[in-house]
Ligand binder design. Structure first.
Ligand SMILES: [Ca+2]
Length: 449
């Protein structure tokens, strides 16, 4: 196991392509809604990869180094987790040409792109499943799926394996070597022909570890620097023992962030114990290669979980950007977008700057800048040096450098004694002795040599 080194220095930005930016209205799906209307489960808004291309200056200026896009291959829904053709970027997103242009432009800026691989299941419109629907047992693809009967039946319930019982998402039969080879050909194709930089594996918890390990090696065979990150909601230790993933989307860490920062249901001691135990549960190289997040298309917006209290959001962000792993910004979190459970967390990005929370945006920019400027924040060893009440302090150390991150997630004024002379990386001033930590604030301090 050797996760790519670039990941621990990366700052990710997650995009739900239908909702980030509409770069070409000519490719909009029929019935696309006006930009900014609240989404329901079936609405389309016309966002596309051309729109992402248009906004690379914005992303680079924010300090983003890598994109993660939810699925882009041809599929009937707005989320595209029901793939119809794994070899075609959806025409509504600009087709293969748009992806080629996007990858080229990202790489020219030194940025990377990770695509969403939906390999547990396909969509019902996938031609192989359609063939089984038509021909039943006579189809050459019969044993590519798992059908409990002589032909496909949907009523009163599907008689074939499908994702979470959803009939429109038939599951691949990974026990069939032809299925595995087909899916691996998809993995290789986009790495080799389009030079994408990695795969996020959808529904990792549902995939067989042996298939994922095979996929991992197939990807690394094309590009040893490819990043393979799993959507895993539980403890991921077994995946790393199995040598099947570089990292996971760190939903376990997210749970702790919600308890301590957003809801305040845990005190600092409980949070620190929880996070420390998580950190020590994974091999260090995999911990550094985890995708750490405050939000995703599958969770309510973090600011909404904070009931709109941006002080809580910004403290959680300060923690995330000081913690090992590759921190990710879910599109729009940086401008203070809100939204509840899916589909509300998938609103259109608000490009009218009058709607932006400038303070939040400035804070995200600053956190990204600090992280990118301080090697200890990216690759340093992690130590918790204090956790009491609503106050938390962690230390990152790397070859003689030391950065202290102190957070006060409470209403009371706090102060703590510094073990030496430090520079406040946000305020730019030198500090020593006792430093004040006002309510709902954080300080990031670097030891003077
Ligand atoms: Ca469009």
């Amino acid at each position: 196991m050797n996760p790519p080194k670039w990941v621990q220095g990366a700052v990710f930005y997650q995009i739900f392509p239908d909702r980030f930016r509409n770069g070409d209205p000519r490719n909009d799906p029929p019935g696309a809604r006006p930009w900014g209307e609240l989404p329901d489960r079936t609405s389309f808004f016309g966002g596309d990869l051309w729109g992402i291309l248009e906004k690379l200056d914005y992303l680079e200026d924010l300090g983003i180094t890598a994109l993660y896009l939810t699925p882009i291959f041809e599929a009937p829904t707005n989320h595209k987790y029901d793939t119809e053709d794994y070899f075609q970027v959806d025409p509504a997103f600009g087709g293969n040409e748009a992806l080629q242009e996007l990858v080229r432009a990202l790489h020219a800026r030194g940025m990377r792109i990770v695509l969403d691989g939906v390999f547990n299941h396909c969509g019902e419109r996938h031609p192989f499943f359609q063939d089984v629907l038509r021909q039943g047992r006579a189809s050459p693809y019969w044993d590519w799926f798992t059908v409990y009967g002589e032909r496909i039946l949907r009523d009163p319930e599907p008689n074939y394996a499908c994702f979470a019982g959803v009939p429109s998402m038939p599951e691949w039969n990974h026990a069939n070597p032809k299925v595995r080879e087909y899916l691996l050909s998809v993995v290789r194709h986009w790495l080799l022909e389009y030079e994408i930089d990695g795969w996020r594996l959808d529904t990792g918890d549902y995939l067989s570890p042996d298939f994922v390990r095979e996929l991992y090696h197939a990807a690394k065979g094309i590009n040893p620097e490819a990043y393979i990150v799993g959507e895993v909601w539980g403890i991921a230790a077994s995946w790393f023992k199995h040598g099947a993933l570089d990292g996971v989307m760190h939903y376990k860490l997210w749970e702790g962030l919600v308890h301590f920062f957003a809801q305040g249901t845990w005190d600092a001691r409980r949070f620190a114990d929880y996070v420390y135990s998580l950190w020590r549960s994974y091999p260090e190289e995999n911990g550094f290669a985890c995708y750490t997040l405050l939000g995703s298309h599958d969770k309510p917006r973090f600011l909404t979980l904070c009931q709109g209290d941006k002080r809580r959001l910004l403290l959680a962000a300060a923690f995330l950007f000081s913690f090992p792993g590759a921190p990710a910004i879910y599109y729009g979190d940086e401008i203070g977008m809100e939204g509840g459970e899916d589909p509300d967390c998938r609103r259109c990005f608000a490009w009218d700057q009058n709607l932006w929370d400038q303070e939040t945006l400035a804070a995200f920019r600053e956190l990204v800048r600090l992280r990118r400027g301080e090697p200890a924040l990216r690759g340093g060893e992690l130590h918790f040096v204090g956790a009491h009440g609503r106050t938390l302090c962690l230390r990152r150390t790397l070859v003689g450098e030391e950065v202290l991150v102190a957070l006060n997630a409470g209403d009371g004024e706090q102060a703590f004694p510094l073990p030496g002379r430090f520079r406040d990386l946000l305020a730019g001033e030198e500090v020593s002795g006792e430093v004040a930590l006002p309510p709902w604030s954080f300080r990031i301090l670097k030891r003077r040599r």
